[in-house]
Design a protein around this ligand. Structure first.
Ligand SMILES: NC(=O)c1ccc[n+]([C@@H]2O[C@H](COP(=O)([O-])OP(=O)(O)OC[C@H]3O[C@@H](n4cnc5c(N)ncnc54)[C@H](OP(=O)(O)O)[C@@H]3O)[C@@H](O)[C@H]2O)c1
Length: 296
């Protein structure tokens, strides 16, 4: 299935920074009319003023179901055919030391809001029978577990699994609606700072991730994993016991806990960047395996 994004009306959650902001720029370059959603209205207004396409700015806390429903009511009559579910956050550190209410808020945003918006957006597109939903999961969602960023990994496993299953159902039903999951490894955004941690040195830029995601989305790929090294790392974790993979991932995430000394990781990104350098030279068997899942 090929997805034509040109000239569409696109809703982007998490549009005030990072990957969502970059999606806004990339979709504007395709002539899309944009509906930007996040809490920080000033950021979105500043972005809208930079773009040359019509932009509507909707300030909303999507961790609240009523706010999700309010946004859906606003967009219902506007013929939006593209939804990018990008709003999300994580918290580094031992699970037992996290605030339970902060974790529940994460689950409400990363899982519940995304589920509500996806389901009701599909309802809105049912009559037209066309459209596209891209759910921003994470490479974290394709790994067995992520100690020290634990609840976040679990939320992204939900997003990746839910989206892949939904795509399979829609395909089975002969639907022309595209649903895909974007699963990036580390990306330089506000994410790590908000998670109270240190950035990986191997992080990609939002521009790199979004450029790749848009290309794969247009080709109708269901599971989008930017970076040969990340794809290889994910594949490598499937060759070892899940408990060992979780331990390796946990060692890497534990090294990132804490806000001092930003931007230099104490260890290479576990699992996600295994064999990253080795993979730069071309498609390996491991990449081919993850790519094989990509047949939308
Ligand atoms: N950066 C990475 O390494 C990485 C890797 C893989 C996947 N991801 C995923 O990529 C997505 C975007 O993250 P990012 O890296 O671009 O981080 P970011 O720069 O922190 O952006 C997060 C976005 O989510 C919005 N948001 C947070 N809480 C919200 C709420 N309650 N209601 C509405 N919007 C909310 C933020 O806007 P406001 O604060 O203005 O509300 C912001 O626009 C997330 O789902 C993240 O899990 C990130």
């Amino acid at each position: 299935m090929r997805v034509d994004l040109s000239g569409a009306t696109a809703v982007i959650t998490g549009a005030s920074s990072g990957i969502g902001r970059e999606f806004a720029k990339a979709l504007a370059a395709k002539g899309c009319r944009l509906i930007l959603v996040a809490r920080r209205e000033d950021r979105m207004r500043a972005l809208a003023s930079e773009l040359t396409v019509p932009c509507e700015v909707l300030a909303a806390d999507l961790s609240k179901e009523a706010e999700c429903n309010r946004i859906l009511e606003i967009i219902a009559g506007q013929g939006a055919s593209v939804l990018i579910n990008c709003a999300g956050f994580g918290l580094l550190g031992p699970t037992v030391e996290q605030s339970l209410s902060a974790e529940l808020n994460m689950i409400d945003l990363n899982i519940r809001a995304l589920h509500i918006l996806t389901r009701r957006f599909l309802d809105l597109r049912a009559e037209a029978g066309t459209g596209a939903v891209l759910n921003v999961a994470s490479a974290a969602g394709l790994l067995p577990a992520g100690p020290y960023l634990n609840t976040y990994y679990a939320t992204k496993a939900y997003v990746a699994s839910f989206t892949q299953g939904l795509a399979a159902e829609l395909k089975d039903m002969g639907s022309k609606i595209y649903v895909g999951a974007l699963c990036p490894g580390p990306v330089y955004t506000e994410f790590t700072q908000k998670a109270n941690g240190r950035e990986w040195a191997s992080a990609k830029t939002p521009e790199e991730v979004v450029e790749y995601a848009m290309r794969k989305m247009e080709k109708g790929k269901t599971l989008i994993v930017p970076g040969a090294g990340i794809r290889t790392g994910i594949f490598a974790t499937r060759l070892i016991p899940r408990s060992l993979a979780a331990k390796i991932v946990g060692m890497g995430q534990k090294s990132r806990v804490g806000e001092e000394e930003p931007a230099v990781p104490a260890a290479p990104a576990p699992a996600a960047t295994v064999a990253e350098s080795a993979a730069e030279t071309g498609e390996t068997a491991a990449e081919a395996s993850v790519s094989a899942e990509n047949k939308g």
